[in-house]
Design a protein around this ligand. Structure first.
Ligand SMILES: [Zn+2]
Length: 266
């Protein structure tokens, strides 16, 4: 993967295709990973808003050349953040992990239980290129904080136990700490980092946590808002292709866990 086309959300550390705001949390602090890499050494990126982010991005893009130009404007939190503090953080040599707050289900969300079935296609697992429907990869430091993460997936059908299928699509978060997840030690210069879009020289060490959803796998618990939509591919065997759809949206991802564990209250 070409890292120049990989963007990173500084707030939630999601690597993603080019975007003006984060595909999962909606934060405007999303920019090419090469541009924001200095910020990843810093744990607390509590920037106030678009304007300050734009200033900071301009500063980072122009490096020290931009500083004299920006200095007269930079009296807010951008400079409170401080070039000096960034430089000090940088000397820690490893990027700082952040705690990703658990995603909350939106009001009116329901939890459905069923088995994932292939719909249009699959994506290749980072681990072994096996076809999967959804995969969330998190790089975590030794304390368990998130350094970077990435989600790849395709829409899939959730075949329910007691009625027809539901189309699951859009922004999704696979909940961790279940058996969908594998933990792998990350080696220096690991080729899997490049596949994720991580610059080769970014100081990363820790573990890879990979949570995958495969077709026909173990039963899932899927939480989100249920709506009715027309889906062209399903029109041939369904009235006008109307089907219940769970569509994850920015700021309100679909939450996917494993049914067995949720049923057991773990
Ligand atoms: Zn984000």
């Amino acid at each position: 993967m070409d890292t120049s086309s990989t963007f990173c959300c500084v707030q939630c550390r999601l690597l993603q295709p080019p975007a003006t705001s984060c595909a999962e949390c909606g934060s405007p602090t999303t920019a090419p990973v090469e541009l924001v890499r200095e910020l990843l050494y810093y744990r607390d990126m509590s920037l106030a808003g678009h304007g300050e982010w734009a200033l900071l991005a301009a500063f980072l893009a122009g490096s020290s050349l931009a500083l004299p130009l920006l200095a007269p404007f930079a009296l807010g939190s951008v400079i409170a953040l401080g070039v000096d503090r960034l430089r000090r953080a940088r000397r820690k040599r490893e990027i700082a992990g952040v705690a990703i707050p658990p995603a909350a289900a939106p009001p009116g969300a329901v939890t459905l239980y069923g088995v994932a079935r292939r719909f249009r296609g699959t994506v290749a697992s980072l681990i072994d290129d096996a076809p999967v429907l959804l995969e969330h990869v998190a790089i975590k430091d030794r304390a368990g904080a998130v350094l970077l993460r990435r989600t790849e997936g395709a829409p899939f059908l959730l075949e329910l136990e007691d009625r027809g299928p539901v189309l699951v699509t859009g922004v999704a978060r696979v909940s961790t700490a279940n058996v969908l997840m594998q933990r792998l030690a990350l080696r220096h210069g690991d080729p899997r980092l490049e596949k994720l879009g991580v610059p080769a020289d970014l100081a990363i060490s820790g573990d890879l946590e990979v949570a995958s959803v495969a077709a026909d796998g173990p039963a899932l618990a899927v939480t989100g808002l249920l709506e009715d939509e027309s889906v062209a591919e399903l029109a041939f065997h369904r009235d006008g292709g109307r089907i219940p759809v769970m569509r994850g949206r920015v700021g309100a991802p679909i939450l996917i866990g494993e049914r067995r564990l949720i049923g057991a209250g773990l």
